[in-house]
Design a protein around this ligand. Structure first.
Ligand SMILES: Cc1cc2nc3c(=O)[nH]c(=O)nc-3n(C[C@H](O)[C@H](O)[C@H](O)COP(=O)(O)OP(=O)(O)OC[C@H]3O[C@@H](n4cnc5c(N)ncnc54)[C@H](O)[C@@H]3O)c2cc1C
Length: 267
């Protein structure tokens, strides 16, 4: 991306005012995706001086500042502990360490990338997003909403509950975008299943979860049935890296494996 000007924001109010000044002004997270863009911008607005780079753990949740890097996120003890560490596992699959030192949580969520590894894991959890000036929305609602906003993401609030998670990225090499992402979470006696990079963005397999909710002690056969339901209820498309039917087959295999693994770990 080419930009005419650079602005180091001194407060959220200052950043927001600058953003509203011109529709071609752009917020910067780590700047890695922005840099790749072929569009041009008037002013790049840097959020690094706004103290948005902290992770705070409370009794109920983990509050992650929008400028927290992916590396900071994956290494934080609270993130490594929650849901058997599957958020850290999903983050570690993204490029290399040097890349993750720069890429931010805020840029990852605001980018709403359909290929995102971390977003697939996050949609299985109760996650709320705080925006400046005054908005709190669930991650799922935010990902479903269309169009550009002029709100600034400040904090990502991850609810803590006892539970165990599974994450699988299928890609040709470790540095490639996913051909498919699968996340499974077992928490509060319920199974949640998300599939991303279909190539559309992460979606919950609601019917598969409802099927399992009716069974007190699901067997391996029930898990296989639920995986089949997930592969039928979600939409898949063909791209040069994977056909629709390949993605469907992968979904069946990895959702089944994920369900078996979280059930085993949940004891
Ligand atoms: C070469 C490359 C390879 C990648 N490979 C993968 C991969 O394999 N798997 C994967 O999951 N991800 C991958 N990603 C995505 C990456 O992990 C980050 O999600 C991405 O770079 C965005 O993070 P950033 O901090 O660089 O954001 P930026 O590039 O700075 O911003 C991204 C967007 O978010 C907006 N934004 C930033 N911060 C805020 C905020 N606080 N409030 C509102 N809007 C904001 C920006 O204006 C911009 O539109 C890749 C990215 C690149 C560039």
């Amino acid at each position: 991306m080419e930009a005419k000007l650079y602005h180091l924001a001194t407060s959220l109010e200052d950043a927001h005012k600058k953003l509203l000044e011109n529709p071609r002004n752009v917020l910067l997270g780590g700047g890695l995706w922005v840099k790749k863009s072929t569009k041009s911008a008037e002013t790049l607005i840097d959020l690094t001086a706004l103290n948005l780079n902290e992770i705070v753990e409370t009794e109920e949740d983990i509050q992650v500042g929008a400028m927290v890097s992916l590396r900071q996120f994956e290494k934080h003890p609270a993130i490594r502990a929650v849901y058997s560490g599957f958020l850290a596992l999903a983050t570690q699959q993204i490029m290399g360490v040097a890349f993750r030192q720069l890429a931010t949580i805020g840029g990852t969520i605001a980018g709403r990338f359909a290929f995102s590894d971390l977003l697939t894991a996050l949609v299985t959890i109760d996650v709320r997003l705080m925006f400046y000036p005054h908005k709190v929305v669930s991650l799922v609602d935010y990902l479903e909403a269309k169009g550009k906003t002029t709100d600034i993401l400040t904090k990502v609030i991850i609810k803590k509950s006892p539970g165990t998670g599974y994450f699988k990225k299928v890609s040709n090499t470790t540095l490639d975008f996913a051909i498919l992402n699968v996340a499974v979470l077992y928490t509060n006696n319920a199974y949640k299943i998300a599939v991303g990079a279909r190539p559309q963005g992460a979606s919950l397999a609601i019917k598969a979860s409802e099927y399992l909710a009716k069974i007190a002690f699901p067997t391996a056969e029930d898990f296989a049935n639920a995986a089949e339901i997930a592969s039928e209820e979600l939409k898949f498309l063909s791209t040069p890296t994977g056909s629709e039917s390949y993605r469907k087959t992968l979904t069946c295999a990895y959702v089944r494996r994920g369900l078996i693994e979280v059930a085993k770990n949940a004891g």
